[in-house]
Design a protein around this ligand. Structure first.
Ligand SMILES: Nc1ncnc2c1ncn2[C@@H]1O[C@H](COP(=O)(O)OP(=O)(O)OP(=O)(O)O)[C@@H](O)[C@H]1O
Ligand SMILES: [Mg+2]
Length: 672
């Protein structure tokens, strides 16, 4: 409202001050442009969302049809009442009373029937629409590449699929039902009023105007307040999801009180914001009652005069009052819908973002469906992650933008990587935290695409393969791996749907998982809780390895996947790999030199650059740093990270590897 006032006063001042019509035109130009932008914005959201109605088109169309029929009945009833009073009661004819009474009864039943039908179709259409929205969002999220996933936070996606969808669902229901009913009811009632008595109707046209102005004022402020409140609601949701899923970490760090206070503060803020918004909306009701009462008094007063003069009947007065109520009630409904729609626009926009997000890694036009062998080549590969920026608009809505990788930071994470790995070779990868080990291997199964250069598997560019074929042949046990709720067997069959029990057992034997599974009373039918919280970190890692092995891949990548296993098990797994799957190319990322020392060759990564790629023996001879780290770990039992390359240069050489408690060896936070 303040905006529109400013818009009106600016040209007025310009005009009176004789600043010419130029400024006036400029103002109109801005207003028109802003209106066009807003219109395009709404139409875009509208188009995307309407595309999701799909199989519920019939219900969506039938709802307003039945609503209109219901309204027609409701409008006609007061009209018949007038005839009943005038011709039946005042005219003293019992036949007429019965005649009109029967018609009214039939109309009331018809109205009830149409109301039930419109309600049924409305709930079918709106819940179906919400289900479609959720399904489409979910399906699109499944096509996201890792870099798409990096853009949205997990709680953010959950909020979009829950709270936001519910907001839009409610607004949709309102639109197809009440947004059709209210204006129709208002217009027809207005016509009926004018038809009954044009002079009396003037009273309540004035009332309508007063009410409209008051409502616009209230809505203008309430919408803003609600938008802010809903934004807080999202924050609260996000905080609950994050803290409840990380409850173990919260407990481990004894942060319950802190988290509790944080939550109380957020809840308190939410309470205050909603109260503020509601306070404005509840004003609607008293204002409405006041205007209605005044209108009724005025209409009755004027009608009394007309009745005395004999220009109006008592029946007409009764129906006139009903129509007055109808019009004002419709206006109130419209105001609520308006608040609801504006409130849900932010939600609708967030849903559209997810629906329209294009996966940036897609299948090529004519994909290669066969991976020849497990050879891997990196040719001049540079890689950097896209940057994610989060900002907030005036209403506090989150705006996420992703910056594409610019030329000057193309090699920020990985720089000029050239590697040639033979099929069937076992390659160890070692390097400090953040040196780019996980990033390097993620390019092989095309979880990300390199910025420059080419990654080849089986002699062909990974971008030429069908994604499913490539990812089935290049099996990655991710550093942050997870198990799903279900039995152990269900989890294993994630790797290969039709795997037999014997195949699963074989994979578990290779991953040294059979020994603990057999100790469980339910064996392979043991239920794993969500996130795999009822198995130990090492057990979880072994199950994840078994799951990857079931695919019988040509390339197997283990990203720090045995860090939570004891050294003996670690060595046993590697030995099993060497003898049982000799043809598979194995890439083993580890923090412990002992985990990679019997690999055919070892890649030493530092700050995104390959500093050496050779056998353990050669590295010991030619690479002083590697040698020192090896010795420090053998003697001190520390892991690679505690004597990382960068540390090595910073600290005095003699200090590297000292003061490392043996029990810490390799025990990273693998249980994540
Ligand atoms: N999804 C991501 N988005 C943005 N930057 C990332 C992402 N993943 C990793 N990075 C950054 O890229 C760099 C390399 O990370 P990477 O995970 O490859 O290291 P790493 O060698 O595997 O480390 P660690 O031994 O701790 O697993 C780090 O500086 C990290 O902050
Ligand atoms: Mg890593």
């Amino acid at each position: 409202m303040t905006h529109s006032l400013r818009i009106i006063t600016t040209p007025y001042c310009a005009f009176t001050q004789g600043a010419g019509t130029l400024r006036l035109r400029l103002v109109f130009y801005y207003v028109r442009t802003a209106a066009c932008v807003l219109w395009r914005y709404f139409m875009h959201i509208f188009k995307v969302l309407m595309g999701q109605i799909r199989q519920y088109k019939r219900s969506t169309l039938l709802t307003p049809v039945f609503t209109l029929l219901e309204v027609v009945m409701e409008i006609l009833i007061p009209y018949i009442t007038a005839s009943l009073i005038d011709q039946g009661i005042e005219g003293g004819s019992m036949d007429k009373v019965l005649h009109f009474g029967l018609i009214m009864l039939l109309m009331a039943f018809a109205s009830l029937f149409f109301g039930i039908m419109s309600g049924t179709f409305a709930s079918d259409a709106s819940t179906g629409f919400a289900a479609n929205l959720r399904q489409s969002m979910y399906e699109n999220i499944q096509t996201f590449s890792f870099s798409n996933i990096d853009k949205y936070s997990t709680p953010g996606l959950v909020t979009r699929m829950t709270t936001d969808v519910t907001n839009v669902q409610n607004a949709f229901m309102m639109i197809i039902r009440i947004a059709v009913r209210a204006p129709f009811m208002m217009i027809i009632s207005l016509i009926m009023c004018v038809k009954i008595n044009p002079r009396v109707s003037v009273v309540f046209l004035v009332a309508l105007l007063v009410l409209a102005v008051v409502l616009v004022l209230i809505i203008g402020h309430a919408t803003k307040a609600f938008r802010r409140a809903f934004r807080r609601y999202d924050d609260l949701n996000a905080s609950v999801q994050e803290n409840v899923s990380a409850i173990r970490v919260v407990k481990a760090f004894v942060r319950e009180d802190y988290e509790g206070q944080k939550f109380t503060k957020a809840a308190e803020q939410l309470y205050q914001m909603f109260t503020k918004a509601q306070k404005l909306v509840v004003l609607n009701m008293p204002v409405m009652t006041l205007v209605v009462d005044f209108s009724i008094i005025a209409v009755s007063w004027m009608s009394a005069h007309f009745i005395v003069q004999g220009t109006m009947t008592t029946g007409e007065l009764t129906s006139l009052l009903s129509y007055v109520m109808n019009v004002l009630f419709s206006l109130m409904m419209l105001s609520f819908i308006f608040v609801m729609i504006t409130m849900s626009t932010a939600s609708a926009q967030r849903i559209c973002e997810v629906l329209e997000e294009q996966p940036d890694i897609v299948n090529p036009e004519d994909p290669v469906m066969h991976v020849k062998d497990g050879s891997i080549d990196f040719e001049d590969v540079d890689f950097a992650y896209k940057r994610r920026n989060v900002s907030y608009d005036d209403d506090g809505n989150e705006i996420i933008t992703v910056e594409d990788v610019t030329k000057d930071r193309a090699d920020e994470t990985l720089h000029a990587i050239n590697l040639h790995i033979r099929s069937g070779e076992t390659v160890g990868i070692i390097g400090g935290t953040g040196s780019g080990k996980s990033s390097l291997v993620s390019l092989i199964s095309r979880l990300y695409d390199p910025v420059n250069g080419t990654v080849r598997v089986g002699g062909r560019d990974v971008r030429e393969y069908d994604l499913e074929v490539l990812r089935n042949e290049v099996s990655v046990v991710l550093q942050q791996n997870t198990l799903f709720s279900g039995t152990i067997l269900d989890n294993l069959r994630w790797g290969k749907e039709d795997a037999t029990l014997e195949e699963c057992r074989e994979a578990c034997r290779l991953a040294c998982a059979d020994e603990f599974i057999d100790r469980f009373p339910d064996g392979y039918e043991t239920r794993i809780t969500q996130g795999g919280t009822n198995v130990s970190g090492g057990q979880k890692q072994r199950l994840c390895i078994a799951r990857a092995l079931l695919k019988k891949p040509k390339v197997l990548i283990l990203d720090d996947s045995t860090s939570a296993c004891d050294t003996a098990t670690d060595s046993k797994i590697r030995k099993a790999f060497a003898t049982k799957i000799p043809g598979t190319t194995k890439l083993i990322i580890a923090q412990r030199v002992s985990s990679v020392q019997d690999a055919d060759r070892i890649i030493v990564l530092d700050g995104g650059t390959v500093t050496a790629f050779d056998t353990h023996e050669n590295l010991l001879e030619t690479n002083a740093i590697y040698k020192e780290i090896y010795e420090s770990q053998v003697q001190g039992g520390g892991d690679f990270d505690e004597a990382s390359l960068s540390d090595h240069f910073e600290k005095a050489p003699a200090a590297a590897g000292q003061d490392k408690p043996a029990q810490q060896s390799g025990r990273k936070e693998a249980a994540e």
